[in-house]
Write a protein of this length. Structure first.
Length: 303
């Protein structure tokens, strides 16, 4: 059976009006054009679809069956048109977003604000460290990534959108917390609790120590900012974290930011995708939203 969608559409109108002339008017076609479509349709299905009783059209059993199916098919087509239209306008759609562990302190706020404007959009959020994000980008596994500056040698489209200052935190008892403009050199003998290998914060921290030619003395290594803050609070050493991760600990005085010359280390957040990837309308809309609105949604202390 070789039936076209156009024939089914015409047949639906004929079955509805039981009159070729009225069906033709409703479809803005000529009456012979409608008759021709129905004739071809009958030839394709190989069985009469209607009978003429005087001037009146009566559907045969086959005609009634086909009427049922063409209504269903035409309805599904309309639905498909509507859904595609919504996807085009980014009214709905799904986004696979991956963010650096530290970026998760604000990513959920960005998603919530975006969803207020685009309530039918849905998100999968993967929170992981820099190394894994780069692998995901390499393998084209996610739509968009929010991370610290990605390496130049990878073929990526990347745009900076917000500062990410890194500060030195200490337990309230630490004597250097009460001093101003502490020179970095005075931290030579301090022990640091550090993030896991693959963390962007850790890479930035190691780079800074290497630039200043200071050996980094590390005590413990842990894979979350929360664990770092707790370890520092417990007196296990100093820590270097993004100010995005700090809130209540500073207000309640459980931790303090040390005033060290050269700090905060100025990093930035980037929204990134693999070069050449065709972004879906919702991914394009979210990227645009992050670039243009994050500064009014996310507060960045000490930036
Ligand atoms: P991280 O990433 O959470 O992996 O440390 C943050 C960054 O790249 O600055």
């Amino acid at each position: 059976m070789h039936v076209t969608l156009r024939q089914l559409k015409v047949f639906e109108y004929v079955a509805r009006h039981l009159n070729f002339t009225r069906a033709a008017e409703a479809l803005h076609l000529s009456q012979p054009a409608v008759s021709m479509q129905i004739k071809q349709l009958e030839e394709s299905v190989g069985i009469p679809l209607y009978e003429l009783q005087g001037k009146k059209i009566v559907l045969t059993e086959a005609g009634r069956e086909l009427d049922h199916y063409s209504r269903t098919i035409n309805k599904l087509l309309e639905e498909a048109e509507e859904v595609l239209g919504e996807l085009k306008g980014a009214k709905k759609g799904h986004l696979n977003l991956s963010v650096a562990s530290t970026a998760n302190y604000f990513a959920t706020n960005l998603i919530a604000a975006f969803k207020k404007r685009h309530p039918q959009t849905t998100f999968s959020l993967d929170v992981t460290n820099r190394e894994t994000l780069l692998r995901q980008l390499e393998n084209n596994e996610c739509d968009l990534v929010i991370m610290g500056r990605p390496p130049d040698e990878m073929a990526l489209t990347k745009d900076a959108f917000m500062p990410n200052p890194l500060v030195i935190i200490a337990n309230q008892e630490h004597p250097l917390l009460r001093e101003k403009q502490v020179s970095f050199d005075r931290l030579r003998n301090e022990t640091f609790v550090i993030r896991e290998k693959g963390s962007g914060t850790r890479i930035a921290m190691e780079r800074y120590f290497a630039e200043k030619k200071v050996t980094l003395q590390t005590g413990m290594e842990m894979n979350s900012n929360e664990a770092i803050k707790q370890a520092v609070e417990a007196g296990l050493g100093l820590g270097i974290v993004s100010t995005h991760t700090l809130g209540l600990e500073l207000e309640t005085g459980r931790l303090g930011i040390m005033d060290v010359v050269g700090f905060p280390i100025a990093r930035h957040w980037y929204v990134v995708y693999r070069e050449g990837r065709r972004l879906s309308p919702v991914a394009q809309a979210f990227r645009h939203f992050v670039l243009s609105e994050s500064s009014s949604i996310v507060e960045v202390p000490l930036s």
